[in-house]
Design a protein. Structure first.
Length: 175
């Protein structure tokens, strides 16, 4: 059943803090919040975009650096500073005429709970909170910001036969 669900995925949706990052935030003297992203997650994200998958970011966090990181990877559906993730999810799916069954969402904490209950394949990193793990159909063995995102994308794309890129650019994951 899990492999069948992987075959149906067309859309990846990710939270940021605790999923694409390890959840740590460095506060600068200027008031800017800094995060680190994993380069291997970046490679998988840009490859998914390149191969025609829908990739969307929905996060309560915000910042120009985050926006630029995702734009550099080719992700155009970036929703930051979100308070109602369910509303953003529904608007995103309606606009693109997508079905919940073909969507996987990776979250790690309570603000992701409602949206994860709606999608076809709710997933989380290994260090997600217990409530999120309890509803996840896949728990990556990797933690947030440490290739949990790549793990999920690679699993889906390998099952669908789309993982390998014949002509990767060295800069693909570092944009």
């Amino acid at each position: 059943m899990f492999l069948q669900k992987l075959k149906e995925i067309t859309t990846f949706i990710f939270d940021v803090d605790g999923v694409l990052t390890n959840g740590d935030i460095l506060a600068s003297d200027s008031g800017e919040f800094l995060r680190t992203f994993n380069i291997k997650d970046g490679y998988a994200l840009q490859l998914a975009v390149k191969k025609g998958y829908q990739v969307c970011i929905i996060s309560g966090g915000k910042g120009l650096a985050m926006q630029k990181r995702f734009e550099g990877l080719g992700i155009t559906a970036v929703f930051l500073g979100v308070s109602d993730k369910v509303q953003v999810l529904n608007n995103y799916l309606d606009k693109r005429q997508l079905n919940l069954a073909e969507v996987t969402y990776m979250g790690d904490d309570i603000p992701d709970l409602k949206v994860m209950k709606l999608v076809g394949l709710p997933t989380c990193p290994a260090d997600a909170v217990p409530e999120i793990k309890a509803i996840s159909q896949y728990i990556s063995p990797y933690t947030g910001g440490k290739t949990a995102v790549r793990d999920l994308i690679e699993k889906v794309m390998r099952v669908q036969g789309t993982w390998f890129d014949e002509n990767p650019a060295a800069a693909d994951s570092g944009k």
